[in-house]
Design a binder for this molecule. Structure first.
Ligand SMILES: C[S@@+](CC[C@H](N)C(=O)[O-])C[C@H]1O[C@@H](n2cnc3c(N)ncnc32)[C@H](O)[C@@H]1O
Length: 270
């Protein structure tokens, strides 16, 4: 891939996903584009670029390939402890008759959404009046298909099996050399394709949004756009959780930092 081709793919990636690939990551982009070209037995980079421009189906596959999907069950244990022991009991005491509404935005292959579902089911067992609704979205069609299938390799559930064996036993069954999450969990989650840069269609709806490990791929201006969208989707004083290496204190949207990675939406924008 020459410099001109790299710049063209860099620009296209940004237009389609918002993800900014810095100049020093050329080899990573080359490897990801190359993987797709080999699958199609295309040798000419310009020909592949044109195909992505012309063919919406290939555009989807390009997006799947150039984005990073790393995730795991109960990633960053501190966050899940906070939700279980602090946030949820407080939320229920303040909202005894409401439905807890949570969104896992940029959920990748679903481990985050299923961790939420497990946590909320367990909380419900202890608090019968508690009800919840989970939405999980990602830009990648392939990831949303994976979420809906709910099949995970041993490696993906290793931490759940070792750290929370009783939960793993309840919610996972052995399947094709790996594991499958219970249908009950899959049916509790609304999985959808959604671009974080798209118009927010859920206004003031969510009590909690998990937006973890995706902002790092965006420029500061793009982060601001996404954070404003998320702010519109959160209820007043709704909670936003970001990834361990992400901070949103620069954001033009109004968020108050509660603890590392944890923010509360304050006064509405406008
Ligand atoms: C590294 S994964 C994070 C998964 C999970 N939130 C976690 O922290 O484990 C980042 C995900 O963001 C998604 N993504 C990238 N750009 C996006 C966009 N503009 N809109 C929605 N999702 C996007 C990717 O498809 C990928 O699955």
């Amino acid at each position: 891939m020459n410099q001109k081709q790299f710049n063209a793919f860099q620009k296209l990636t940004h237009e389609l996903t918002g993800v900014s690939i810095s100049d020093h990551r050329q080899s990573m982009l080359e490897a990801r584009v190359g993987r797709r070209m080999r699958a199609l037995t295309i040798e000419d980079t310009n020909q592949y670029y044109q195909l992505v421009l012309d063919c919406p189906d290939e555009q989807m596959l390009f997006v799947d390939n150039v984005t990073t999907h790393e995730t795991s069950f109960f990633r960053t244990p501190r966050i899940w402890q906070y939700l279980e022991q602090d946030f949820l009991p407080r939320w229920l005491a303040q909202n005894p008759c409401s439905v807890f509404n949570v969104w896992s935005a940029a959920t990748s292959s679903g481990e985050e959404a299923y961790s939420l579902a497990i946590l909320l089911n367990e909380f419900q067992k202890k608090h019968e009046s508690f009800n919840f609704r989970i939405t999980a979205t990602d830009l990648s069609t392939e990831m949303i298909q994976k979420c809906l299938q709910g099949n995970y390799q041993k490696r993906a559930v290793a931490s759940l099996l070792s750290q929370r064996p009783s939960l793993a036993k309840q919610y996972l069954t052995a399947h094709s050399g790996g594991y499958r999450v219970s249908d009950t969990l899959t049916n509790q989650i609304q999985f959808q394709i959604h671009n974080l840069f798209g118009e927010p269609n859920r206004i003031s709806e969510f009590d909690l949004v998990l937006l973890r490990n995706v902002l790092i791929y965006f420029t500061q201006d793009d982060q601001d756009r996404v954070l404003s969208n998320i702010h519109s989707s959160l209820k007043h004083k709704g909670m936003l959780i970001v990834g361990e290496s992400e901070s949103i204190l620069h954001s033009i949207a109004n968020y108050e930092n509660i603890a590392p990675c944890i923010y509360q939406a304050s006064a509405a924008l406008h």
